[in-house]
Ligand binder design. Structure first.
Ligand code: ADP
Ligand code: MG
Length: 628
């Protein structure tokens, strides 16, 4: 079959089908657009009145959304400034139809409705996503104005005639089309209004006509119902982010948090954002208690533009490490109609990003300086943010290095500086590097921790998912400092010193011991060495080299180290030549007994590190019974 090629020619009259087709997935935004227009109209008349350009009665500002399911209409009505017939022609007809050719030219690249709606000033026309007939009834505030009516069925034909509105303002009446009847539900509209209109600056009243009210009986004695309108104001016009921090109490902030996230635990603290130069940004960001499943807590920040909800996708506006924060940000200076990559490159967005980072760092510094004890209590929750921020943002690191805490096995907290001072005298190796010891598992590494602490070494706890990265980044950032997991080698080799312990074994005895234990281990990836430790250190210690283990850990986390990930685990088995057990084994003349003792000592080491399982564990248990 021959391939046919050609271009689709699109004329202006196709604009409405295109709007419907391409915006279908997001069609609920028609309500956001029309309600925003109504709010704008109300704010404009207020401004005109304040400027003395309108001297009539202002009335209570109000936007009404009403649903008449029986008539299949949704009406958005306001007591704003209204429009004259001339203004309808200018603002409604011309804008849309001149934008239309550009629109059809570019619609194919648009990724979502927001992009199209904003770029082409088609806010009003989003009405045609859900309606096949749209009617405007309006009366301008201007003296001597007459009511005007505009109707359009979604073609390029429209009609302007005398209207029926008797009070100042505008009503947009949508005759909902058959594909969009889902919007003729009270619950559905309520949902959309809750999402987009909850914090709009003008009261929004939502009303439904229902036939539920009883109205006496008819001749046959059946209950009659009458049609009544039930209406409620659905929004808060002055949400806290629009107020001055000085006018707000802690309770106000906590109440607002509850309003945003019902059933959530109280946040730890919050920051109030408020700048108007060089960009305009307001908002409140909350620090939640971090939960195990912190993925659930992500993407909770809501982005508004002049109190109109836009999205909870704030990925490129808020620094990645703060994505666990909750709350709202409101900025008219964030371009909404652009692609993600453009957003990242936008200079306002960059400035907003670093402003938020700075505010967060300042707040943490303030909490730290004000009440160290209270700050330490919060550390287990905020540590994750701080560590993540320090790893990912240089600027944040520079500030956070003064209030980030290191916690040791005794639950004591230290700043970086304090810690260095504490451990340097004892934990500096022969090359002048200070060695920080850490554990990733208090239970499994208990034997090693105790051995290190016996030498007066301090051990840090690094047991959260972010810590593996944090350890590497600390090592890069801190000068002449090394980090070593406490089980990286036997205790007296963790920190290399000049003074070595004398071995009680002769060279021949040492070789002998090595052979006995090599036989007992019987695994190629376990290499045996005999070392001189304290007599009261463990007789056998099994370790994995720090470098090797880190590479493997990173490979496990998908850090592109698959080469290491594929290598078999290799361990060092250190035999303490100065331990009584070793002398005892050497003293024995029975080879079988020597092997049994050696095996037992190795298994005990494996057991203490949680590495003894399966058949080996069973063999160990029966051997132990026998030895008793
Ligand atoms: P935008 O809101 O971005 O200007 P729209 O397509 O939403 O674009 O609206 C076009 C214009 O129509 C508005 O700028 C305004 O002049 C006029 N308009 C729309 N709705 C109303 C209304 N409810 N009251 C008065 N004027 C309105
Ligand atoms: Mg608009």
């Amino acid at each position: 079959m021959a391939t046919e090629k050609g271009s689709i020619s699109i004329h202006t009259e196709n604009i409405f089908p295109i709007i419907k087709k391409f915006l279908y997935s997001d069609n609920e935004i028609f309500l956001r657009e029309l309600v925003s227009n109504a709010v704008d109209a109300v704010q404009k008349i207020k401004r005109l009145s304040a400027l003395g350009q309108y001297n009539g009665e202002l009335g209570e500002p109000l936007v009404e959304v009403s649903l008449d399911a029986a008539a299949k209409t949704i009406t958005i009505s306001d007591n704003g400034l209204g429009m004259t017939a001339e203004e309808i022609k200018k603002y409604i007809n011309q804008v849309a139809f001149s934008g239309a050719s550009e629109f059809v030219e570019k619609f194919k690249d648009a990724k979502d409705a927001n992009e199209i709606i904003g770029k082409f000033g088609l806010g009003f026309y989003s009405a045609f996503m859900v309606a096949d007939l749209v009617e405007i009834q309006t009366l301008s505030y201007q003296e001597g104005a007459t009511p005007a009516k505009w109707t359009c069925d979604g073609s390029t034909e429209f009609e302007i005639a005398d209207g029926n509105r008797t009070t100042r303002g505008t009503s947009i009446i949508l005759h909902v089309n058959t594909e969009s009847e889902e919007f003729l539900s009270e619950q559905k509209l309520q949902e959309i209004l809750d999402k987009y209109a909850k914090f709009l600056p003008v009261p929004i009243q939502f009303g439904t006509k229902t036939n539920q009210q009883e109205d006496g009986k008819d001749e046959e004695g059946k209950t009659k119902y009458k049609s009544v309108e039930v209406a409620n104001i659905i929004n808060t016009t002055n949400p806290i982010w629009t107020k001055a921090p000085a006018d707000l109490s802690d309770e106000d902030y906590l109440d607002f948090y509850k309003q945003l996230y019902p059933f959530s635990e109280d946040p730890l603290f919050w920051i109030h954002l408020n700048v108007d130069y060089p960009f305009n940004l307001t908002g409140v960001l909350y620090f939640p208690k971090v939960k195990e499943d912190f993925d659930m807590q992500r993407n909770k920040i809501k982005l508004f533009s002049r109190q109109v909800f836009i999205t909870d996708e704030v990925k490129d506006i808020v620094p990645e490490f703060l994505m666990l924060l909750h709350g709202v940000i409101d900025s008219p200076d964030i371009p909404l109609n652009v692609s993600r990559s453009f957003l990242q490159a936008d200079s306002n967005v960059k400035k907003i990003n670093s402003y938020i980072t700075k505010k967060v760092a300042d707040k943490l510094a303030e909490l730290y300086n004000k009440d160290r004890k209270a700050y330490e209590e919060k550390w287990s929750n905020i540590g994750l943010f701080v560590k993540y921020g320090m790893i990912s943002e240089e600027k944040f690191y520079d500030k956070a290095k003064d209030f980030a805490l290191l916690t040791n096995t005794k639950g004591e907290n230290f700043t970086f500086e304090e810690y260095k001072e504490k451990v340097a005298p004892i934990q500096t190796d022969k090359n002048g590097n200070v060695v920080y010891l850490y554990t990733t598992d208090l239970d499994k590494q208990d034997g090693f921790i105790q051995a290190a602490e016996k030498r007066d070494y301090d051990v840090l706890v690094m047991n959260t998912p972010i810590d593996a990265h944090f350890v590497s980044s600390l090592e890069q950032k801190l000068e002449k400092t090394q980090l070593k997991r406490v089980d990286a080698s036997v205790a007296n080799q963790l920190i290399e010193k000049d003074e070595a312990l004398e071995s009680v074994l002769s060279e021949e005895q040492s070789t002998n011991v090595k052979t006995i234990f090599e036989k007992a281990v019987g695994k190629p990836n376990f290499s045996v060495e005999v070392v001189a430790l304290n007599p009261d250190d463990a007789p056998v210690t099994i370790t994995m080299d720090e470098f090797m283990r880190r590479m493997k850990d990173m490979a496990k986390m998908g850090g592109g180290m698959s080469f290491y990930g594929n290598m078999p685990d290799s361990y060092k088995v250190a035999i303490n030549g100065n331990h009584k057990l070793v002398s005892k084994i050497l003293a024995s003349t029975n080879e079988e007994e020597q092997n049994k003792f050696a095996k037992q000592a190795i298994d005990l080491a494996l057991l203490s590190q949680g590495m003894l399982t399966g058949a080996e564990l069973t063999a160990f248990v029966s051997r132990s019974v026998e030895l008793i």
